[in-house]
Design a binder for this molecule. Structure first.
Ligand code: GUN
Length: 323
């Protein structure tokens, strides 16, 4: 979609000239910037929205982010979604229900947003933060498939799993990962891709997306024996395991494309807040082996937000075509 966006000086591959290690590739990976790529996506979307607005007398794509409760991490994610939407010209609203809301109340709120014609995208921020038992699966499936810009309903997930990619909403994190892989110029078709994690939001849809882009895909999870062995066969590795720095550099195939979806907080007394954010990949060692790598922060995270905006604009375009 765009030309490569990566740090210029790091596309460096050195042959170790010292005796004893001739022929061993000592490389520093090319860093794939999610910050820069997401900025390009957001700029393009702003132009598309400006066009829609002038062509359809003030029309704007509408997005609702529904939150139950008040988790600090969700509040942060939501504010970056609202900021991106405002910048692009998407009319985004944050609807917050208290953590005492019942499943029925959440469902009623979703039904009313489903029926609102000025809303083209609806996401329910996960995880739900409730004192009551609320079935997240029931909640995500009650979002109208036509407004399900998170791509988490069974309808959209089913279409993706069958390869009906142009007729569904693709979940934002895997969609962002694909865009970052595209940035490397490495073609997915015919490659061996390994996905770590099988969550509905990252691992499972990532598997489908790579498969329908013609990779041979292995999906690993907590019961997979010999994870380092599986990782070592990956030309393309996508990690959404939720475990800080789990994947070590010496597991990697030389030159692999490494996409890290992890966001983990680890103690670090040298930092102001006493902690820092790391991915699921041990960056310092992986950087020595990978061909391309995403940083954390500044890799997949900003792409998730950009892809939510992309899905919302796409949903609004489909709405205009149906009118
Ligand atoms: N929580 C963390 N990431 C996401 C996301 O992409 N969508 C939703 N709905 N909740 C999230």
């Amino acid at each position: 979609m765009f030309g490569p966006v990566m740090s210029s000086s790091v596309a460096l591959s050195l042959r170790c000239a010292a005796s004893g290690c001739q022929g061993i590739r000592r490389s520093i990976a090319t860093v794939i910037s999610g910050n820069k790529t997401s900025k390009l996506v957001r700029n393009r979307l702003k132009e598309e929205v400006d066009k829609m607005t002038s062509q359809f007398s003030g029309f704007r794509p509408g997005l609702v982010v529904l939150q139950v409760g008040d988790r600090d991490d969700s509040n942060l994610y939501i504010s970056s979604k609202l900021r991106a939407a405002a910048e692009i010209g998407i009319d985004a609203k944050h609807v917050r229900l208290p953590n005492t809301a019942t499943e029925d109340e959440v469902l009623r709120s979703i039904m009313s947003i489903n029926e609102n014609p000025s809303v083209h995208g609806l996401i329910v921020q996960l995880p739900l933060d409730s004192v009551n038992h609320i079935d997240s699966e029931l909640i995500t499936n009650s979002v109208s498939p036509e407004k399900d810009v998170d791509g988490l309903s069974c309808i959209n997930a089913g279409k993706l799993s069958r390869g009906d990619l142009s007729n569904c909403f693709i979940p934002c994190t895997p969609n962002g990962c694909m865009e970052l892989i595209r940035q490397t110029g490495v073609s997915v078709a015919g490659k061996h891709a390994v996905v770590i994690g099988r969550s509905k939001i990252v691992g499972a849809p990532m598997h489908d997306l790579l498969l329908w882009n013609h990779a041979t895909v292995t999906t690993c999870h907590s019961k997979t024996p010999d994870l380092p062995g599986q990782v070592g066969r990956a030309d393309i590795l996508v990690v959404g395991a939720g475990r800080a720095e789990m994947v070590r550099g010496d597991w990697l195939k030389d030159g692999a494309v490494v996409i890290d979806c992890g966001i983990n907080h680890v103690p670090d007394e040298t930092k102001a807040g006493g902690k820092r954010v790391v991915g699921d990949v041990h960056y310092a060692s992986a950087n020595q082996r990978a061909g391309f790598i995403t940083p954390v922060p500044g890799g997949v995270g900003p792409m998730t937000v950009a892809m939510l905006m992309e899905n919302t604009v796409q949903s609004a375009q489909r709405f205009l075509l149906r009118r």
